[in-house]
Design a protein around this ligand. Structure first.
Ligand code: HEC
Length: 96
């Protein structure tokens, strides 16, 4: 019984943290203007996001939102995002 509870706790924790790439894709329309349709940007000014590590993306987007990393174009883009939106976006870009 104890093992079962532990297993269920771990499972719930995993699900709660895993971003949903499909939901992330739906949110990525505004991002694509700079970071490209498939996460590969068109110019030197904007970084590629495709294939980047999920944890790194979550950290960077939260820092832009919360002020730890500043960039005028990014701050406005990520200001309305929830933690869940950010996890979904990160899962989407990490999977490209
Ligand atoms: C107007 C153009 C623009 C839009 C739209 C935009 N970004 Fe960015 N993004 C940038 C620029 C410029 C940088 C680099 C900022 C810097 O030099 O610190 C950046 C950096 C990033 C980084 C950090 C990459 C790294 O390697 O550290 C992430 C992650 C990111 N953007 C995600 C997003 C997401 C998600 C969206 C949509 C919600 C978005 N961006 C929309 C211009 C944009």
């Amino acid at each position: 019984m104890r093992v079962l509870i532990l297993f269920l706790t771990l499972l719930t924790a995993t699900v709660a943290h895993a971003g949903d790439p499909a939901a992330g894709k739906a949110k990525s329309m505004t991002c694509a203007a700079c970071h490209g349709q498939a996460g590969i940007s068109a110019t030197d000014m904007w970084p590629n996001l495709a294939g980047q590590k999920e944890g790194y993306l979550i950290k960077q987007i939260k820092m832009f939102r919360d002020g730890g990393r500043t960039d005028p174009s990014m701050a406005a883009m990520v200001a309305p995002l929830s933690d869940k939106d950010i996890e979904n976006l990160a899962a989407y870009y990490a999977g490209l």
